[in-house]
Design a protein around this ligand. Structure first.
Ligand code: ZN
Length: 683
């Protein structure tokens, strides 16, 4: 590992922050924190922490010694001055003389020492940083160091490799007790340039940001060299480079359904999946001792929050029939949940029985045929779980090449997993009524489709935008952090391919908004068949293509689902010479009722929205102007020509799709969104 310190970048950052009144030492602290945070081999997702001791002026004019430590909610790679809250150093140093301290008392003491009472809560390692005398302190969970210290004889290995420069500390749970232990060790070894925490990570320190950072890089490089030497002599297990995409599309919805937790009365807490299949992951998954080496526990304690104490291993997916697959995946997930519940019960008894169990479902699945799969309520959580699991796989592989990987004991894992201060790291609970739901919207690039994408995104859903226009699909998808797919919905095999891509990206599908459409006109006795058939392809069969593919996924998941069809007021209230458009739309109403009837027993609902006179690709500005003129009215009067006298907006239609998606006891319904028109109302 090379030092990325650049004198030029450092000076530029110092200048940048000087303009905001930030002192040079703090600016350099920010610079090296970002260098550490930018390398996933050192820290990931809020892991690691850094500090600097400096002086600041109070409002009274008095200069005081402060320590600035990373605050919760900040990641090192993007840290700003606000992410390093200042505390009075003397207030923290007084705590050295306290023998025991509860977590709550420690957090309170840290918060009481803050100069800004609104600052984020400083790291749980704050006291450790405060009690080490050096100016700048860096802490990482570097993969290479973990591979050396996560060993049965890790203490000896760490001693051989680092003891000339660093102190060595046995595993102690983070917090007050660890801070005390490190203080004792360092008081006896004042020349140490840092400390190795067995089965946890590494601290380095120095008088400047550069010194602490470069010591970190030097120590990590030592560990990397040892791993290179050890693994160079070992034959690498080569995996097949390509995991079968079809198998993923078939298996992931079954898995996702098995991971959903029933909330009773047909409601589910759903998750999304993210699969990884890089050559190094596939090689790890082929390891002959995968069953043993993957189950020891996390590479560093706080990973347990993202990946649970162990992953679920799923095998034999390729050979089974649909029914066998469903049964075996569900059985494996149930076994995992039982194992987790037993682990919780056993350890909760040990600590006095006052903890509340977290959900017992796995966060990571290792499937040698498919890859590594992260699980989360949002796509970003699933990606975080997959990132952390990937790091664990790398540490375990490296540790195995040096010796054999071991983690902390089960009790220590539990203590970190159920530590209130760690749980707080996971942050706010998920908001949005559709968190964990995957929604696909056809015609998603248009006016109605994009309004619908935004409405569902606001409720926390993962959004897939399908559109025949690639640019439109990707523009809308990126606005809702979703997946954009180019798809001609009149082509059944293209729709099926797109739905497979949805399954590979999120693990499945819960809601289909079948919205794509276009208008054809002509008097019904005169229009040629080709026009009518073209309209039927898009305005009827495309809905059937999408619904059939969606229902196939929903049946694999066994967690119900929602089909929403964009029909038209034409379905009930035809307009002159609009037959080619209205007739297939009437058939779409019948299609929705048929799906409602045939799949209601599986919890799949089907509903229709009949909208009218919305500005969109079907009703362009030019058409509005022409029609208003033909009727001898102004544009606004034409658009508001309904009982309410108000123009109906795309967002009104989007809100209606959303309301129908949430209406858990409504199926086979038609909802009209046209501002009121008795002739077009349902009778
Ligand atoms: Zn740590």
């Amino acid at each position: 590992m090379r030092s990325l310190w650049s004198a030029e970048d450092a000076v530029n950052l110092v200048r940048h922050y000087a303009a905001r009144g930030v002192a040079e030492d703090v600016a350099l602290r920010i610079y090296s924190s970002r260098l550490l945070g930018s390398d996933p081999r050192l820290v990931q997702h809020g892991g690691g922490n850094t500090s600097v001791k400096t002086r600041e002026r109070l409002i009274t004019g008095e200069q005081v010694e402060v320590i600035r430590v990373k605050g919760s909610g900040w990641n090192l790679d993007a840290i700003e001055p606000e992410g390093l809250p200042s505390m009075r150093l003397s207030a923290l140093q007084e705590l050295k003389h306290v023998a025991h301290m509860s977590d709550e008392a420690m957090v309170n003491a840290q918060r009481s020492a803050l100069l800004d009472s609104n600052a984020p809560t400083p790291s749980v390692e704050t006291l450790l940083h405060a009690w080490v005398p050096q100016v700048v302190i860096d802490h990482t969970h570097a993969n290479a160091v973990l591979a050396v210290v996560d060993q049965p004889d890790g203490e000896k290995r760490a001693g051989d490799m680092f003891a000339d420069v660093l102190a060595i500390c046995p595993y102690v749970m983070p917090g007050f007790a660890l801070a005390q232990k490190v203080r004792e060790i360092i008081e006896a070894q004042r020349t140490a340039q840092g400390i190795i925490l067995l089965k946890h990570g590494i601290f380095t320190w120095g008088e400047t940001a550069r010194e602490a950072y470069e010591r970190m890089i030097a120590m990590v490089t030592r560990a990397e060299r040892a791993i290179e030497q050890a693994s160079g002599s070992e034959p690498r297990v080569m995996a097949s480079s390509h995991a079968p995409e079809k198998l993923a599309a078939r298996v992931l919805p079954v898995l996702r359904g098995a991971l959903a937790q029933s909330l009773g009365a047909g409601a589910w807490k759903r998750v999304v999946l993210q699969r990884r299949e890089s050559p190094s992951i596939m090689s790890y998954l082929q390891h002959p001792q995968l069953q043993q080496i993957s189950q020891h526990g996390p590479a560093t304690p706080d990973h347990v929050l993202r990946i649970k104490p162990w992953p679920l291993i799923l095998r034999g997916l390729g050979e089974s029939s649909e029914a066998q697959l469903a049964a075996s995946v569900r059985e494996a997930v149930n076994e995992f949940a039982q194992r987790y519940q037993a682990y919780f019960a056993r350890n909760n008894r040990r600590v006095g029985g006052d903890r509340t169990a977290l959900d017992p479902m796995p966060r990571v699945i290792l499937a040698p045929e498919l890859g590594l799969i992260g699980v989360g309520q949002r796509h970003t959580d699933a990606a975080t779980a997959a990132d952390v699991a990937q790091t664990n796989a790398e540490v375990i592989s490296a540790a195995q090449s040096l010796g054999s990987f071991v983690s902390i004991d089960e009790g220590d894992v539990f203590d970190v997993e159920y530590w209130s201060l760690e749980q707080a790291k996971l942050g706010k609970s998920i908001t949005g009524r559709l968190a964990g739901h995957v929604v696909a919207i056809t015609g998603g690039g248009g006016a109605l489709g994009s309004a619908t994408a935004r409405a569902f995104f606001r409720e926390g859903a993962e959004i897939v935008v399908l559109d025949s226009n690639a640019q439109a699909a990707s523009t809308v998808a990126s606005a809702v952090q979703g997946l954009g797919l180019t798809c001609d919905v009149t082509d059944a095999s293209a729709v099926e391919g797109a739905m497979h891509a949805v399954c590979r990206t999120y693990g499945g599908l819960d809601i289909l908004v079948s919205n794509a459409g276009a208008a054809w006109t002509g008097r019904i006795g005169e229009v040629d068949d080709s026009t009518l058939r073209a309209s039927f392809e898009l305005n009827f069969f495309a809905h059937q293509n999408a619904a059939r593919a969606a229902v196939a996924i929903m049946r694999r998941q066994q967690t119900g689902g929602v089909l929403l069809f964009n029909a038209s007021k034409q379905a009930l209230n035809p307009g002159t010479s609009f037959g080619p458009y209205g007739i297939p739309k009437a058939a779409v109403v019948a299609l929705a009722k048929q799906y409602a009837l045939d799949y209601g027993s599986m919890g799949i609902r089907a509903n229709v929205v009949n909208a009218d006179r919305i500005r969109s690709g079907l009703l362009t500005q030019q058409m509005i102007a022409e029609r208003a003129q033909a009727r001898g009215v102004g544009e606004a009067e034409y658009m508001g020509g309904n009982l309410l006298g108000l123009e109906v907006r795309a967002s009104d239609v989007a809100e209606t799709f959303l309301a129908l998606a949430l209406a858990e006891r409504t199926t086979a319904a038609i909802v009209t969104v046209d501002g009121g028109n008795v002739a077009a109302s349902v009778r």
